[in-house]
Design a protein around this ligand. Structure first.
Ligand SMILES: [Fe+2]
Length: 341
C-alpha cells in the first residue's frame, strides 16, 4: 500500500482551487464542471500530481491512500438517512471538488445509468432496510470482497473512496493480487475463459426512468437492460486472471459467482478465495482520507458494523475512474458525457 501525506502548502493550494470552483459550481455533477475539471487538475501541486502519476504508471501497488485534506464535521450536517438525499449544493462541495480533481489525475470519473440515478459521485452510508444487502447501503453483514462491477466489460479502472466521517473506525478491506500465493495449476485454470460472473444487485436495482429521455437514451437504456438480463441468464465465460501471467490482473466476485460454475472452476475459485482471505488487509479511513483502489489488481470489501441511524454514521463519497473513456463511447450519449448505459 502506498501512502501520500499531503504537505500543508499542498493542502492550501488544493483548497484554493476547490474554493474557486465552489464559487462557480454547486455540484460536481455539473456537465460544465466535469468538462473543465481536468484543466484544474493539471494545476494541482506537482507533488500531488507526481504521487498519482507514479501510482498509475508504475503499478507498484494497487492501493494509494492520500491523506491530509480537512473535513469540517459541523458544516457537513447529518449523514443522510435516505439514499435519494442529494442536496444542491452538496454539504461536502469543497471536499467533493478536491476529491474529483485528484481522481481526475488517474483518468475520467464515470457513472452508471443503473446506479445511484446516474450520479457520477456516489454516496456510501448505511440505509435502514438495507442492513443485510451486499451494496454500499449495507452495514451489518461483511461486504464480501469483490472486483467492482466485475461482470461488466466496462468496469472501472480505479475506485476512489473519500471519507467524510467514520466514527466507529469501520475498516475498508482490500487485497492486492500481488500478495496472493497460488499454485501453478490453479493459476493456469484461473487464466482460462471459463468463469461466469452475474450482474450485482447495484445494477439490478435500476434507477427511475426519466420521462423526457431522448430516443438515443431510450435505446441505450434498453440495450443496457438487455445486457444485464442476458448476463443473468447466461453470463459469458471470462478469465479470473489475465494480463501478464507473472503479474496478473484479476476479475472476481465470489458472491455473484455462486451456483453458476462447473466443478473444476468452483474448486479453483475456492482455492483463490482462501488465498485472498489469507492475504487480506485493509485500511481504516479518517475524515479527509482518500483511498484509490486499482480495480484490475485489488479486491475490496468492508467489515460489518452496527449502524447508528442517528445522523452520525459512516459516510464516504465514491468515484469510479476510467483510464480510457473511449472504451465506453458506444454506451454513452456523447463524447463529453460520463454516464455509461
Ligand atoms: Fe465495491
Amino acid at each position: 500500500m502506498l501512502t501520500h501525506h499531503l504537505q500543508d502548502d499542498d493542502v492550501a493550494a488544493i483548497e484554493a482551487v476547490a474554493d474557486e470552483l465552489s464559487r462557480r459550481y454547486d455540484t460536481v455533477e455539473s456537465t460544465e464542471f466535469q468538462a473543465e475539471s481536468r484543466l484544474y487538475a493539471d494545476e494541482l501541486p506537482r507533488r500531488v500530481r507526481r504521487a498519482l502519476h507514479e501510482y498509475r504508471s508504475t503499478e507498484k501497488s494497487g492501493i494509494l491512500v492520500v491523506s491530509g485534506l480537512s473535513v469540517d464535521d459541523a458544516a457537513l450536517g447529518e449523514t443522510p438517512a435516505d439514499r435519494r438525499h442529494k442536496p444542491v449544493p452538496s454539504t461536502s462541495l469543497r471536499q467533493d471538488i478536491a476529491f474529483y480533481l485528484i481522481a481526475n489525475l488517474l483518468g475520467d470519473p464515470i457513472g452508471w445509468a443503473t446506479q445511484q440515478d446516474g450520479f457520477i459521485m456516489h454516496d456510501v452510508y448505511p440505509v435502514q432496510g438495507f442492513e443485510h444487502e451486499q451494496i454500499g447501503w449495507g452495514s451489518e453483514e461483511t461486504l464480501t470482497w469483490h472486483t467492482e462491477d466485475a461482470f461488466h466489460p466496462l468496469r472501472t479502472d480505479y475506485l476512489g473512496l473519500m471519507c467524510l466521517r467514520n466514527p466507529d473506525g469501520v475498516e475498508t478491506t482490500a487485497c492486492d493480487i500481488a500478495d496472493v500465493v497460488l499454485d501453478d495449476e490453479t493459476r493456469e485454470v484461473l487464466s482460462q475463459e471459463r468463469f461466469r460472473i452475474l450482474p450485482d444487485d447495484a445494477h439490478r436495482i435500476a434507477g427511475g426512468q426519466a420521462g423526457d429521455e431522448s430516443a438515443r437514451e431510450r435505446e441505450l437504456r434498453e440495450r443496457s437492460r438487455q445486457r444485464v438480463a442476458s448476463a443473468m441468464e447466461s453470463p459469458e465465460p471470462v478469465a479470473v486472471l489475465f494480463g501478464d501471467p507473472d503479474a496478473p490482473y484479476l476479475r472476481i466476485d465470489p458472491h455473484y459467482m455462486q451456483g453458476v460454475q462447473g466443478e473444476a472452476e468452483q474448486q479453483a475459485l475456492d482455492t483463490i478465495g482462501a488465498a485472498i482471505d489469507d492475504a487480506m488487509s485493509g485500511v481504516v479511513l479518517s475524515p479527509g482520507d482518500i483511498v484509490f483502489i486499482d480495480n484490475y489488481r485489488v479486491v475490496h470489501g468492508r467489515k460489518p458494523f452496527r449502524a447508528r441511524f442517528d445522523g452520525t454514521d459512516r459516510w464516504l463519497r465514491r468515484l469510479n475512474v476510467a483510464r480510457d473513456l473511449r472504451k465506453s463511447r458506444e454506451a454513452r450519449l456523447a463524447a463529453h458525457t460520463r454516464v455509461i448505459y
